[in-house]
Design a binder for this molecule. Structure first.
Ligand code: FES
Length: 350
């Protein structure tokens, strides 16, 4: 699928007071843990946002979970105004928060989700349970309070459908949990205690972490310290807490001083581009290829990823690619700036 396609809203379910589950009528193939980039014009402004699919891959109904964020143009529309029959544009499902499921695998998975971070985790969890009958899943699910907990009915249905293979532990930051350990902010010390208590397992085949930057980084370092191989710890950030993220404000840089030239392949067609002083590779490519995919422009969603075939770049921040993906030449073009004299050659058809 090239570029945006139109999706039709088939169903809207109000999950909590400030969240909704939206199912689309169309079917597109996807992998568990992937997201959709949605695009809509709101008040004369093009708005793009990524929302994770919370459905069973590869061919379940396309369903996203959306939590309303203060002053969020897209999330306010999706949680309050959207109705069945409404249309919205979307890119093909994408994202690297996934793995290769195998029907023969007898794996243990540890999942930690916070808030709306449950949406891709639910997709991974439901897909693993449905496609790998000998695999087991532990989930630690952290929320402010029980009434803000998304997908709770779906999770309980999953537990009932796969009795003995699913363990779900709920923790709350502003409400008492089932035990003292399950109440309050899950900082690194608390995460260590949860491992000691057996509520987080580090002796698993895959760990999946999705939530705010601080939690994900703390959980990752605790699991690796306890022996998890880093390439088995999968990360997805929902917000970076403002830390270090850089978001360009405009596509056309004010400077016209060209610092590098390059070629970009997208949808099988190659285009030449010029990088102006201060701008990213994404901004430079978008001037000649407006169909270049992107969403967050903050180094989180990976929608803008491409393979660097030639030249040298430096990324401002990277919250979307693993070390092995970087070793394979992938870069986040929204964060990439040329650092050498060589031509930059990137391939978005990866
Ligand atoms: S657009 Fe999201 S990481 Fe580049």
């Amino acid at each position: 699928m090239e570029g945006f396609t139109t999706l039709t809203v088939a169903d809207v379910e109000h999950d909590t007071a400030d969240s909704a589950l939206i199912t689309f009528a169309e079917r597109l193939p996807f992998r568990h843990g992937q997201h959709l980039v949605l695009r809509r014009e709101i008040d004369g402004e093009e708005v793009r946002r990524s929302y994770s699919l919370c459905s069973i891959a590869p061919d379940g109904a396309l369903r996203i979970g959306v939590k309303r964020v203060p002053e969020g143009l897209m999330s306010t529309w999706l949680t309050g105004e959207v109705r069945p029959g409404d249309e919205i544009e979307a890119l093909a499902p994408s994202g690297n928060f996934t793995h290769e499921p195998s029907a023969d695998a007898a794996e243990r998975h540890m999942m930690i989700a916070a808030g709306s971070g449950i949406t891709p985790i639910f997709s991974v969890m439901a897909t693993v349970l449905a496609t790998q009958p000998d695999s087991e899943v532990d989930l630690l699910y952290i929320n402010r309070a029980s009434n803000s907990t998304m997908l709770i009915e779906d999770l309980e249905d999953l537990r009932d459908a796969h009795l003995g293979r699913v363990r779900i532990t709920y923790a709350f930051t502003r409400e008492d949990g089932d035990a003292e350990l399950l109440s309050g902010r899950p900082d690194q010390n608390r995460l260590e205690q949860l491992i000691d208590a057996g509520l987080i397992r580090a002796d698993v085949d895959h760990a999946w972490l999705c939530g705010p930057l601080a939690l994900v980084e703390d959980a990752r370092s605790v699991l690796i310290d306890r022996g998890m191989p880093s390439d088995r710890v999968h990360l997805e950030l929902f917000g970076t807490d403002g830390a270090k993220a850089k978001r360009p404000t405009t596509v056309s840089a004010q400077s016209t001083n060209v610092v590098a030239t390059g070629r970009a392949t997208l949808h099988g067609r190659q285009s030449g581009f010029e990088v102006r002083e201060g701008e990213s590779i994404l901004e430079a490519v978008r001037r000649v290829r407006p169909d270049t995919p992107f969403s967050c422009q903050a180094g989180v969603c990976s929608t803008c990823q491409a393979r660097l075939l030639c030249g040298e770049i430096e990324m401002d921040v990277n919250y979307g690619l693993t070390e092995s993906e970087i070793a394979r030449g992938l870069v986040l073009t929204c964060q990439s700036h040329p650092t050498g004299d060589d031509e930059i050659v990137v391939d978005f058809d990866v």
